[in-house]
Design a protein around this ligand. Sequence first.
Ligand code: GDP
Length: 320
Amino acid sequence: MPQPNTQSPPQSVTEKLKDEKKAEEKSKSRFSFFDFLKYKTIKEDDIAELIEEFRYQLLEADVSYEVSEKILEDLKNSLVGKKVSRSEEIEKIITDSLKKSIEEILTKNRGFDLVKEIKSKGKKPYVIVFFGVNGVGKTTTIAKVAYMLKKNGISSIIAASDTFRAAAQEQLAYHAQKLEIPLVRGKYGGDPAAVAFDAINSAKSRNIDVVLIDTAGRMHVDADLVEELKRVVRITKPDLRILVLDSLAGNDALEQARYFENNIGYDAVILTKVDADAKGGIVLSLAYDLKKPVIYLGIGQEYDSLVPFDPDWFIKRIFQ
Ligand code: GDP
């Protein structure tokens, strides 16, 4: 699995100047464009070019075609038929409309706090199962979640239920040792549901608050995998099913989300590697198409590189 490039490439001075000039020309042309719209009733034709520009920006940010169309339709509706006397007014209508449609799409994404959720539910142990295709950052994310819980005084145990992937077991053992968190491992090729069940029993007898269950994520679409994951869910009855997705995977991530939704089902998403270049437009598609919230973002390889999803930050990122 190649490492994402977390640094932007060095930019030469000439390139930088060129970029600055381009940005200046763009803002000039937008300004004169807004000037052209002053004192007249705005018609759909008047803004066709502007809409195209936004469409390009949204698609560049990995926002799906369907979601982009919804945002742009809202934008058209808020502009067409308006009569404005200052170009600043037009800019404000545009920004407000974009913010409003994105906020509407992201309503479910506001304010999820796992620590609060675990404490308020008061169930012991609280069981979380993690799904995700190999390489998306699932084991790292489990370690990050364990670290966050520990920092907030919540104890956890990890179930290494991907018994076919020795590397995943080793990696989880490494994290568990570093974080001083117990781990239940299975024999190679052993029953994943049994490993998860053992971890739950162990949590009960040791008074541990949360069980974090890793699962297999073999890449090829595999009927056995679906049955295996369904069985883990049936036997462990999780309180929360988290799907881990890689923001660098673009459309593939959305396909994975659909696959897991259609075959197994999940409640929320953690999106990883957002520190690399992806703008994360997939967040909108997940919310719009699948009605699933993104609750945390992975923003690096350290244990504390897990942050709650903030819709306002996201809106800025898309249109920066
Ligand atoms: P798994 O196969 O899904 O369990 O994936 P891993 O947890 O082994 O992660 C695959 C690679 O992605 C590892 O090199 C991780 O360090 C890296 N990784 C995971 N999350 C992030 C993240 O949020 N940002 C960055 N930059 N790398 C990450």
